[in-house]
Design a protein around this ligand. Structure first.
Ligand code: PBG
Length: 331
């Protein structure tokens, strides 16, 4: 019987050694908490498919932001649910719209103590639920008009910028969206404002619960004509990221996270020096919550393991509905 001289376990017996040699560590400043804001007063409307998440009226959002502040998160990202939706998503392009009001309120209370990002898109604001202006295509189907949407995206971006958003995060997957926004922002005096692009965003079924949260499910059709095909070659993600960087994106996002860790890793390796974000999306959240409620898994352990894995794959920033819990668990 010969015994192994090489022993990988030697570095695993002592917790202090394990900690010393580990390379991946989580910290709250890498985590971004998504929050949903709606009209009204004193409203905390629970989102059924996402236990612990709410549609918040602005006063409640401000309370939430104040509570989040001492946790040292990277920031929050806001999604607006307007009182009235229409064909173009007018609310999102108005200085009195829900997001503009929400950003102003949070910034008035917390100033630069909390980083406020905004999701720049139309699906929450349009009555048809698509991420832009609808047009009839030659084949008779409705589809999003890319270039008309770009013009509106600039309007929406300027509304967010003027309200005081710290980072703009366009999620609509329109071609040329970064260039259009960058040009519009620079022209109006916001050349300092960073853009975090949802660059490699897949047409994923893992967004299901979010669409309940934001009331943004498409009324007809789906988003496959603008979001990426999960079966597309990984090279397509490279092209998406490359283009967005050329157009001026500052931070690149891969979304969803867990089923796309190969893409996170590839983007990390290919684009040195570019901050990479990953969105741990609603469906990924709800699955763990459901299993937790049944007593099938240990939520805290599973979540910290998942966030560690997303970090190990190469994400510098993680958008996650567990941001608050995780910050407390890590403390
Ligand atoms: C808006 C947007 C979506 C998500 C973030 N921004 C929904 C979608 O594309 O359908 C999904 C987030 C999540 O599922 O947690 N375009």
């Amino acid at each position: 019987m010969s015994f192994p001289a090489v022993r990988l376990r030697r570095l695993r017996y002592e917790p202090a050694i394990r900690r010393m040699v580990q390379e991946t560590s989580l910290s709250p400043e890498r985590l971004i908490l998504p929050l949903f804001v709606r009209s009204g007063q004193n409203v905390r409307q629970p989102i059924a498919a996402m236990p612990g998440n709410f549609q918040l009226s602005i006063d409640e959002l401000v309370k939430e932001a104040e509570e989040v502040c001492p946790l040292g998160l990277g920031g929050i990202i806001l999604f607006g649910i307007p009182e009235k939706k229409d064909a173009v998503g007018s609310d999102s392009m108005s200085g009195d719209g829900i997001i503009a009001q929400a950003v102003r309120a949070v910034k008035q209370t917390l100033g630069n103590k909390l980083l406020v990002m905004t999701d720049v898109c139309f699906c929450e604001y349009t009555d048809h639920g698509h991420c832009g202006v609808i047009q009839k295509m030659p084949n008779g189907c409705n589809d999003v008009d890319n270039d008309a949407t770009l013009e509106n995206l600039v309007k929406q971006s300027l509304v967010h910028a003027r309200a005081g958003a710290d980072v703009l995060a366009p999620s609509g997957m329109m071609d040329g969206m970064i260039q259009a926004m960058r040009t519009g922002l620079d022209r109006e005096g916001f050349s300092h404002l960073p853009i975090m692009s949802y660059a490699a965003k897949y047409a994923s079924s893992f967004y299901g619960p979010f669409r309940e949260a934001a009331g943004s499910a498409p009324q007809c059709g789906d988003r496959r004509s603008y979001q990426m095909d999960p079966a597309a070659s990984a090279g397509q993600a490279v092209r998406e990221v490359q283009l967005d960087l050329q157009e001026g994106a500052d931070i690149i996002m891969v979304k969803p996270a867990l089923a796309y860790l190969d893409i996170v890793r590839m983007v990390r390796d290919r684009f040195e020096g570019v901050p990479v974000a990953a969105y741990n999306v609603s469906g990924e959240f709800s699955m763990v919550k459901a299993a937790t409620e049944r007593g099938w898994i240990d939520e805290k352990a599973v979540v910290l393991e998942s966030l560690t894995a997303i970090t190990r794959a190469g994400a510098n920033i993680i958008l996650t509905y567990w941001a608050k819990d995780a910050a407390k668990w890590l403390a």
